[in-house]
Design a protein around this ligand. Structure first.
Ligand SMILES: [Zn+2]
Length: 310
């Protein structure tokens, strides 16, 4: 099956033609999430046509368009339900009508993290697995679940998709979601500068001169032995590991896939794995902890299973 796919991120949209387990052609469209989605749709449609043309075809060769959105979505009606400071006009848009009118294709809308899990299961680190949790470490923290081969969605489409908003510290930091001490409020790229500044000794640490103050900087300074960077790094590793155990207790997976840019630091997967094997209550055996295999192509490769699925 061929499909068109859109993975909408905070700063760009990846627009692709995929054929089963291959991204055949991809076009990147730079975007500003603060300007909304409606004004970006013509450029996204053009990029999808270009991707199809580079692959030697047209949108009409495809079974449909899979659209991954960074928010809560009603995947049955194809409507965005709620946003978190990105593309805030999206709930007012009729994306299936836009796809029909501009591309001649049916559209399936899904949360981007769910789409990435479908991709890792179709072509990546979770091939052949039916019970999978995927945790994504990046600007925020994603946590999504598949149980018995089906994405967990729930009555209000928010089941199994808010793993980053499980609570790691009930007396912790305010989160963008309205919660307190969520995993992503305690350990994510957006939370990191405030976390560093709140760590004793920050002003005298080389971290104070880092711009941007991101996980690249923290992991590099920690390897050089800076005690503030070591403290921040180790606390974040414990937060992610605690989040992983909470997701495992909630959703009963056999495989935990860890994705996102931060995962590429060598310490992350082994630290989470060791904590999970020590602390998760799984009397049937050990949850396999694996690094994601598809990087930023995971959501695009979720297109075919999304369009084929129930
Ligand atoms: Zn939260």
């Amino acid at each position: 099956m061929k499909a068109l796919a859109v993975d909408l991120g905070g700063s760009h949209a990846a627009c692709a033609l995929v054929a089963d387990r291959d991204v055949v052609a991809v076009e990147e469209v730079p975007l500003e999430a603060a300007r909304g989605l409606a004004s970006a749709l013509p450029a996204i449609a053009d990029a999808l046509r270009r991707a199809a043309s580079r692959a030697g075809g047209s949108p009409r060769d495809c079974a449909g368009l899979a659209f991954g959105f960074c928010g809560l979505v009603d995947s049955e009606a194809g409507r965005v339900l709620s946003t978190n400071a990105k593309y805030d006009d999206a709930p007012s848009l009729d994306l299936p009508a836009w796809s029909r009118d501009s591309l001649g294709l049916p559209l399936r809308l899904e949360n981007d993290a769910r789409l990435a899990l479908l991709g890792e299961r179709h072509a990546g680190a979770a091939r052949g697995e039916d019970d999978v949790v995927m945790m994504t470490l990046g600007t925020g923290v994603g946590g999504v679940a598949m149980i018995g081969g089906r994405l967990l969605r729930g009555k209000h489409f928010q089941a199994g998709v808010l793993g980053g908003h499980l609570v790691a510290d009930f007396e912790g930091r305010p989160c963008t979601c309205g919660g307190v001490g969520c995993v992503e409020a305690e350990a994510s790229t957006w939370a990191l500068p405030a976390l560093c500044r709140a760590t004793p000794g920050f002003d005298a640490s080389p971290l104070a001169g880092c711009d941007p103050l991101d996980f690249e900087a923290v992991f590099a300074r920690a390897e050089e032995g800076d005690p503030v960077a070591v403290a921040v790094r180790d606390r974040c590793l414990r937060v992610w590991a605690a989040g992983a155990v909470a997701m495992i207790h909630a959703w009963d997976p056999e495989v935990l896939v860890i994705g996102g840019g931060v995962m590429r630091h060598a310490a992350v997967v082994p630290a989470v794995e060791a904590h999970v094997h020590r602390h998760a209550w799984t009397p049937w055996g050990e949850v396999a902890v694996r690094a994601a295999a598809l990087g930023d192509r995971a959501a695009l490769l979720g297109a075919v299973p999304l369009l084929e699925g129930p």
